[in-house]
Design a protein around this ligand. Structure first.
Ligand code: C2E
Ligand code: MG
Ligand code: MG
Length: 435
């Protein structure tokens, strides 16, 4: 990086309390004050707000000590003061810096994308393990407080935080809207549970040899009085991030048991119903006991309640998963591994974990070529047969797909070909007509 002449970034007359001791930059509050002033005093000038963040700063601190971490922040602060004599820079939070700089359009994105910390020798620190990410609020709105532009830059930063290929995020309205939607979902979720807005739909699982129903999967929907009908894709990933999934899943499992009990009392002889269990749920140490208690409270046979281990969230609690699955299996629950072939499960876990059924992800079927016997689908089917695991193919939509699956020896399927997920009443009718 070219380093121009000396900075004159700091307002010499400012209060010493406005300077962050470690980095020599403004504190967050002082930054907001002086940035607001500068924007107000330069009505015709276009500005950008840029927030930077060290991705692996915590690991850096752990590995090299907090003193080295502090030194890195200090050196970065010094560097920022050298970039452009006119920028205003502050420490936004722990390892995040915020700068107000002149608007330089798209070139600034590429410049920041290519940004690397100076080599180890220059900083006297091992900087190669550090990645710097940036969030840009392009063309600051002069009519709004600068804190709003900082929020936008921060949202842009968050959008690239877990992206290995991109180091710079630029705020735009779509990004703002998706963050707003996430906030609205988070604000409404607890109330939704109290007001029973989560509704369980049931999708039949069919035996292809008899064309009869042999099971169902419980799939949640959120019907909100103002936000309307939402599919799980809109809220499950958010609940998995904030942990609310565990409360919602408990509710769904209770609803499933309540329905099974109702159907039993009505003399319907219900088919087993699978409930989705998120990987995040396994952070609950007594998960096996909780599930068992719910099913037992309705006096249901454990074989009626199947467990689908979903793959939508990755987690590192594999030891807990192992022991909980094993307890549930011993208690007579059927364990299905969801989204097989597309999720995070390693092949080696197939011999460690006590699954009964592999649910093949629909991508295996979509990528299959009926003319070949060496597709991933055919090989996966052979693997399951060799390991004595049953297979359910998800997402079967056409008669051709069904014929192909029959020829490969797959007995149970689920998909729009037979039925979409149905509201409870419609599912009961379907169950009555397909016995
Ligand atoms: P999943 O468990 O793999 O469920 C199958 C998904 O595929 C469902 O989407 C279903 O509606 C859809 N599907 C079924 N047949 C077909 C087909 O023929 N074609 C196509 N294109 N799609 C088909 P849905 O209901 O939107 O659920 C999405 C995911 O959300 C589920 O994937 C599951 O991982 C998660 N999920 C749903 N309900 C719950 C729940 O109560 N708890 C948890 N933790 N996760 C849930
Ligand atoms: Mg599932
Ligand atoms: Mg699935």
């Amino acid at each position: 990086m070219d380093i121009p002449n000396m900075p004159k970034m700091m307002n010499k007359s400012c209060d010493p309390l406005e300077i962050d001791k470690l980095t020599g930059l403004y504190t967050r509050e002082a930054f907001l004050k002086y940035a607001d002033e500068k924007i107000k005093n330069n009505p015709g000038v276009r500005f950008n707000i840029v927030i930077s963040d060290f991705v692996n700063f915590k690991h850096f601190n752990e590995r090299y000590g907090t003193e080295a971490g502090d030194l890195l922040l200090k050196r970065t602060g010094e560097m920022l003061q050298l970039i452009d004599p006119d920028i205003i820079a502050g420490r936004y939070s722990a390892d995040r810096f915020v700068t107000l700089m002149r608007h330089i359009g798209v070139e600034s994105v590429q410049f920041l994308e290519d940004f690397r910390l100076p080599p180890q020798a220059a900083l006297e620190l091992p900087t190669t393990s550090i990645t710097v990410k940036f969030g840009i609020c392009d063309d600051v709105d002069h009519d709004k407080p600068v804190s709003v532009s900082c929020d936008h830059a921060y949202i842009a930063l968050q959008s690239v935080k877990h992206n290995y290929k991109k180091n710079v995020g630029v705020y735009n309205e779509d990004l703002g809207r998706s963050v707003m939607e996430e906030l609205i979902i988070e604000e409404n979720m607890k109330n939704a549970l109290d007001e029973r807005q989560f509704v369980v739909y049931y999708q039949p699982k069919m035996d292809v040899e008899t064309n009869k129903i042999c099971g169902a999967e419980a799939l949640v929907r959120w019907i909100h009085p103002e936000l309307g009908f939402m599919n799980p894709g809109a809220f499950i990933p958010i609940f998995e991030k904030n942990g609310f999934i565990t409360e919602m899943d408990l509710y769904v499992w209770k609803e499933v048991c309540r329905s099974l009990d109702e159907w039993k009392i009505a003399g319907l002889d219900p088919v087993p119903v699978s409930s989705n269990v998120s990987r995040i749920d396994f952070d609950t140490p007594d998960l096996a006991e909780k599930i068992t208690a719910i099913v037992d409270s309705y006096g249901l046979d454990h074989s009626l309640f199947h467990i689908e281990l979903t793959e939508s969230a990755c987690s590192d609690n594999s030891a807990a998963i192992f022991s909980i699955i094993s307890k549930l299996h011993d208690a007579g629950f059927v364990i299905e591994l969801d989204d097989f072939g597309a999720g995070y499960t390693s092949l080696s876990s197939l011999s460690e974990l006590e699954y009964d059924i592999l649910k093949f992800d629909m991508s295996l079927l979509k990528k299959d070529k009926p003319s070949s016997d060496k597709t991933v689908l055919t090989v996966a089917m052979q693997l399951a047969q060799m390991m004595n695991l049953k297979v359910i193919q998800e997402g079967v939509e056409t008669a051709e797909q069904l014929e192909r699956l029959k020829s490969l020896g797959c007995v149970i399927v689920q998909g729009f070909y037979y039925s979409k997920p149905l509201p409870k009443d419609e599912f009961v009718e379907f169950m009555k007509n397909h016995r």
